[in-house]
Design a protein around this ligand. Structure first.
Ligand SMILES: [Fe+2]
Ligand SMILES: [Fe+2]
Length: 282
């Protein structure tokens, strides 16, 4: 019997569940009364996370004289939104560093971060109220690739190398080789975690946003644009043209014409420049 995406995520002993902290951040963000105190309390409970936030705050302070030594200062330095992004990213990162894919695993992680930063910048520019969900969705969108690399190290590693070197449709190549693609595997994994539905939709439909349920479509489209941006910047595995269909669908959903798309791209690039510390310190 052929394998299903559900079979793939069975017995993934090595893959940790999504840390509670990411779920809590999303819940905190949904609550409009959330203050930076709440966020600070959440961070304080996790020593590794506290250290990470301090490190990134200090690196954002690069060139300034005073060192950031307390969480309060760190959150002030980074700002609420960036701190939240740091928390989400550090809670997801260990999912990306389990596989035996070596170098590619670092590439997948950087790709996830750039997609998250630029995708949520698109979302912000368009006035979404669910930016942090878009950020998390960006971080997770290709998580199925990590699972496939973990489960089929040789075969999927070889496929990733082919996708990187050849023109063509990477989703089609995955379907041909396995009978399913990374979006289906990602969806199966997220379903088992019971995470925000919008995040799950983005993982499943970022290559085909028009297929997402209507209430998630705009969010999925923002992730698709972030994905395109990351590949355009050569952060990730694959060729820019392979995403043309998804990007066209996303522009359609968000009612962007060429010139408004370019304006938002410039904004997203600026966000990436601003969050550079996030990229170098993870
Ligand atoms: Fe993808
Ligand atoms: Fe991607």
């Amino acid at each position: 019997m052929p394998m299903s995406p559900q079979d793939v995520i069975q017995n993934l002993g090595e893959l940790p569940p999504l840390p509670q902290v990411a779920t809590r951040v999303i819940r905190l963000s949904a609550n409009s009364d959330t203050s930076s105190d709440d966020l600070q309390n959440l961070i304080r409970m996790d020593q590794a996370l506290s250290a990470q936030v301090l490190r990134i705050a200090n690196s954002a302070m690069f060139g300034r004289v005073r060192e950031v030594t307390t969480l309060t200062q760190a959150i002030l330095t980074l700002g609420f939104a960036t701190t939240r992004s740091v928390v989400l990213a550090s809670s997801v990162k260990n999912l990306y560093t389990r596989g035996p894919v070596g170098l590619q695993e670092r590439v997948l992680w950087e790709h996830a971060l750039v997609t998250a930063i630029t995708g949520s910048a698109f979302a912000k520019a368009m006035g979404f109220s669910t930016m942090e969900e878009v950020f998390l969705a960006g971080l997770m969108h290709d998580i199925g690739k990590c699972v496939m690399a973990l489960k089929f190290p040789e075969a999927y590693g070889a496929l990733l190398r082919r996708i990187n070197g050849e023109e063509g449709d990477p989703i089609g190549m995955e379907l041909d080789a396995f009978g399913f693609d990374h979006t289906m595997v990602g969806e199966a994994l997220l379903r088992s975690w019971n995470i925000a539905e919008g995040v799950e939709a983005a993982v499943r439909w970022h290559h085909d946003p028009l297929h997402a349920a209507a209430q998630h479509r705009r969010q999925v489209a923002a992730v698709a644009l972030g994905n395109q941006m990351a590949i355009d910047l050569q952060v990730g595995v694959g060729m820019p043209d392979a995403l043309a269909g998804a990007t066209w669908e996303a522009m359609d959903i968000l009612q962007l014409d060429d010139s408004s798309y370019q304006v938002h791209r410039t904004t997203a690039l600026r966000a990436l420049e601003q969050d550079k510390a996030l990229l170098t310190d993870f």
